[in-house]
Design a protein around this ligand. Sequence first.
Ligand SMILES: [Cu+2]
Length: 535
Amino acid sequence: MNSLKKITLGFAIFIISVVFFSSCDDSSTSAYTGVRMIDNTFSPPVVRVHEGGMVRFYNAGNNPHNVVATDESWGDYEDVPKNDYLDVNFQTEGLYKYICSYHATPEGDWGMAGSVVVGDIDYHEYTNFTKNDAVKDFSGAVRYVPNVYETIQDAVDATNPGDLVLIDKGIYYEEVVVRTPSITIRGVDRNNVIIDGEFEKANGIIVAGVDGVVVENITARNALLNGFYFATVEGYRASYVTAYNNGDYGIYGFDSVDGVIDHSYASGSPDAGFYIGQCYPCNTVINNVISENNGLGYSGTNSGGDLYIVSSIFRNNMGGIAPNTLDSELLPPERESFIIGNHIENNNNIKAPAWPNQYITLGNGIIIAGGNNNLIKNNVINDHGVFGVVVTAAFDDNYWPAHGNIVQDNLIINSKKADIALSGISNLGNCFKGNTIQTSFPPGIQTSGECGDNIFSRGSDLSGLWSSIARIVYVNQGSFEVGDWRTMPEPGPQPNMPSPNSYFSNVVPAIDVFKNYEIDYTNIKLPETAEKYLN
Ligand SMILES: [Cu+2]
């Protein structure tokens, strides 16, 4: 608990940096091509300009970002402050690759990287495979680590689509970048096959832009950013993985669809243990996971559409589950997430690591922040210092009301402020019915009527919103103490996948993995830990 975090949000530094390179004899034009820097990607990742054209890199994210050429010939390691920009003129035809040095490798082969194409030239992606190279079936090839390949990365680099990388017990001090589609990366023992970032590497395993990859039965710890990171992929699965004490997220799906995350565990992340962001429809399920001692148990910004969070445990985080809408990522608003049959318990952990956005969720079980048409059903939600479930509008650059959310048939007990709450103005059509509760804001929020008859156009209580605002102000004015993600407790042993060595029968690339996932959404089972509250 020694991380004293100083916040400088709202401290406006207005800097306009103009970088010229090549000959700078003509800077007369004021037109430009825009690239948005969001968390954590350049959007769009490729832009074309004519010779002499200007690109404006605008930081619309919340994280620090910069723009640096991969050959360091242009750009700047200085942060571009939030809502500020960097203009660059490109005088000569060519391909100009660049990165944000915080969120990409120096070569720009993964992460927050982009290209400016100047003039009429060809552009090639970094992977040697195309989307069509992904396969549905195991190739039969097994790449053994460390017996044949000394490092996981060596083995992964040797793979063809459909291969299995089978990793023996050991601690592997590396970051694994996956560039081959539809491979399976598997440890023989979840608790004793460990990727350790030594607080130097960015991620445990990053799968960026290649489809159908499976990661299973392995632990990732001590990475600066994420334990397991799936970015811009179609088809992915993480099963029986453990992510702890990573510096941002545990298991992170971003701009990715068709996903399964199950039987997994995440702790000690200052952002969320589990995160699904910027996808619609996501076609993704999180099933049977445990998330504890994180800033948030689950967070999902601008995600939804067949996005299921079921049969899982979210406990002892700073805040529990927070689907939310932000302007700093694409595809707002958050919508159509289905949170069913989870045990959400005691998310009041002031000693969890956290960023400011997580800190404001302290003491809440489920926070719908500016999301629409979400379903929160059959959960057991107990012992929260503020609200069990709160549906609230969100402020970012825009005001995002919360519409059409259904909170139904939950057991919500022992919440200090209220078991359910509706907060913010202009929220329409949110429905609360069949819940077992004792308190609500405003009182009597739950009626016995049909969902849909029960519209609160402006009758919602603002106190939750105000207290959140007060907390933001408090955070911004000074400093606050939270846990240090580097020193959070190590989790106990987690269950192994069935038969990790019988690979001839159970290697299945993650193609159409959501559609083919065997689960009955009409009969979701609560975790065993919730059962004692039911009688
Ligand atoms: Cu960045």
